[in-house]
Design a protein around this ligand. Structure first.
Ligand SMILES: *Cc1c(COP(=O)(O)O)cnc(C)c1O
Length: 467
């Protein structure tokens, strides 16, 4: 019997999925279908289409977690119906969030961990908006009290992640991004001081710069601002973007003073879903003390039952990510985090060594745990320009054919001429996986040798790279 003529429901229930009436024809894609479909069939259609996405474990561009323990998955599944905002309905989830805030504040050396304020967010981007808003409101109050104008706030930073450009545009703040110069690819205290004035709401150093992976010199900037205050009276707060470094430095470089040990650091954000090792969808922001977070920014909602203070851009959001973050804190402890992150640094250094030895590349960052995050970045050697017949975009494209995603991109203002390639070594990028990648990089260079690229690929042709 032809499949389309079966009409008994029982007959159809036994159909092979791919011989079914649903899958033997094309499913509607841009308009909702009139009727229903069998859940098994639809699952298979969606599942199959997702095969064409890149394999996340081979995505060496992302800072985010791509390895999830089974127990984490189970907790995520058990929390799929819990709304993080309903703190009265799900008091234990709220309690777990609060414990995480204390654990993180303590990790960042908050003077009195129990009195710090903080919350979970959807990631560092939302956390950055909240941190930036607190800086802006505090600055505005100070200016109003002094009878000064409040219409031209500015924020000083080095080469920042896109979220700070968003913050500046969405909330009307002038972003004074320090341009790069020669080999200086991060902020320096001198460059910060050149841009400070009484309209500066704060300075944002990054612990783990997106482009090169370095830590910016938080302490040196803080010291320079201390001196500025002594000389001029200007008191400029620091917010640290610790998206990656916030969950690395405490374990692998505890001697670096970048956190609340520096009195000038008012707030810090980090991505739980990056080196916090939680599944995608959680970030954190912590304020040093209640005085750093203007109370006007906190809303009290009573319609969920109880009176709950909230400070967030989102309202409803799933509870599982926060629960999984707490699971990681309990499961791993400081020792577990240190061992996982150290293994990542070791692999990053191995890759930097091997790639450096190949010849055409100059390593910009080699995965040194005292200087940045477990990652490496490199560029084509300047003096070899003209000797090699490929660009880093060509290499990225070639590696993509084996499933590896190793982005190439140009640097921000003043060094747009510098094209860089970068690898993030995350939990789950083992030494064996790294050596398989090395084999493919060597094979790619051989390939370019034998098949010179007639017209090397440009950034535009490569499709650009989203940071
Ligand atoms: C990833 C990143 C962000 C944005 O974080 P999300 O968690 O993706 O929103 C901000 N700043 C830096 C330095 C980052 O690495």
């Amino acid at each position: 019997m032809a499949i389309h003529t079966k009409d008994s429901i029982r007959d159809r229930a036994f159909d092979d999925i791919y011989a079914s009436t649903d899958l033997s024809v094309s499913m509607p894609k841009y308009k909702m279908s009139e009727g229903e479909h069998d859940p098994r069939h639809v699952y298979q259609v969606v599942h199959d289409e997702l095969m064409l996405d890149g394999n996340s474990r081979q995505n060496l561009a992302t800072f985010c977690q791509t390895w999830v323990e089974d127990e984490s998955r189970r907790l995520m599944d058990e929390c799929v119906d819990k709304n993080m905002i309903d703190k009265d309905e799900y008091p234990q989830t709220a309690e777990i969030e609060s414990r995480c805030v204390h654990i993180i504040a303590d990790l960042w050396n908050a003077p009195e961990a129990a009195n710090t304020l903080g919350c979970s967010t959807t990631g560092s981007s939302e956390a950055a908006m909240l941190g930036g808003l607190a800086l802006k409101w505090k600055w505005r109050k100070k200016m109003q009290a002094a009878g000064k104008p409040t219409d031209r706030p500015n924020l000083i930073c080095g080469p920042v992640q896109i979220c700070w450009h968003k913050f500046a545009r969405y909330f009307d703040v002038e972003l004074r991004e320090i341009p790069l110069e020669g080999d200086r690819l991060i902020m320096s205290p001198e460059e910060v001081l050149k841009r400070v004035d009484e309209n500066t709401i704060g300075v944002v150093p990054t612990m783990g710069v997106t482009f090169t992976c370095d830590y910016e010199p938080v302490k040196a900037v803080s010291d320079a601002l201390d001196k500025l205050q002594k000389d001029t009276g200007l008191d400029i707060p620091i917010h640290v973007d610790g998206a990656s470094g916030g969950f690395l430095a405490p374990f692998c470089a505890p001697e670096i003073e970048w956190d609340f040990r520096l009195p000038r650091v008012h707030s810090i954000n980090a991505s739980g879903h990056k080196f916090g090792l939680a599944p995608l969808g959680v970030g954190w922001i912590i304020w040093r003390d209640a005085a750093s977070l203007p109370e006007e920014l906190i809303f009290n909602v009573n319609y969920l039952g109880g009176n709950m203070p909230t400070f967030a851009l989102n309202f409803s959001r799933p509870g599982g990510q926060v629960v999984a973050q707490y699971y990681n804190f309990l499961r791993l402890g400081k020792d577990g985090y240190r061992r996982i992150q150290t293994a990542c640094y070791d692999t990053a250094r191995y890759l930097a060594d091997e790639i450096g030895k190949l010849g055409p590349f100059r390593i910009l960052f080699d995965g040194d745990m005292k200087k940045g995050i477990p990652a490496l970045s490199w560029t084509l050697k300047e003096d070899d320009n003209g000797k090699v017949n490929f660009t880093l975009y060509d290499l990225a494209d070639r590696l993509r054919s084996r499933g590896w995603q190793v982005p190439a991109y140009s640097m921000p203002v003043n060094r747009e001429d510098l094209v860089v390639q970068r690898i993030l070594v995350r939990h789950g990028v083992s030494r064996d996986l790294a050596s398989l990648l090395m084999d493919d990089i060597r094979r790619s260079l051989d390939y370019f040798e034998k098949h010179p690229v007639a017209r090397p690929m440009s950034e535009e042709e490569a499709g650009g790279f989203r940071h």
